[in-house]
Design a protein around this ligand. Structure first.
Ligand SMILES: [Zn+2]
Length: 114
């Protein structure tokens, strides 16, 4: 049976490989908006079953303390969703790397011979 610290080192090695394989990323969240327009006779103002315009896609994120919101055209939605998913994965992987590193450090303190 291999020592836990060996397994943890292997896990960190795999995390690094997964990070290397990550594509483009961006932080934030994508929301769908539906609007009404100014035309009084438009379908978006129909008294029964009004159908609003949209969806319009809006991306919000905070980077270095600055919050930004931007519109995303429909043809870029799939790409942006992939980037958001990559960022979430990046965060999960680095979080796990830190968690495993802390475990290794704790174990080394208790068993310096390993
Ligand atoms: Zn309208």
């Amino acid at each position: 049976m291999r020592a836990p610290s060996t397994r943890w080192q292997e896990r960190i090695h795999r995390i690094k490989q997964e990070l290397l394989a990550l594509g483009d990323m961006r932080p934030g969240s994508l929301s769908e908006q539906y609007n009404v327009c100014g035309k009084p006779t438009c379908r978006c103002k129909a008294p029964h079953h009004p159908r609003k315009h949209g969806p319009y896609y809006q991306l919000s994120y905070t980077h270095r303390g600055k919050s930004t919101t931007e519109f995303v055209t429909r043809d870029r939605v799939a790409e942006v969703r992939r980037q958001l998913a990559n960022y979430a994965r990046f965060r999960r992987l680095t979080e796990e790397w830190v968690t495993v590193s802390l475990r290794i450090a704790r174990r080394r303190r208790r068993r310096p011979e390993e």
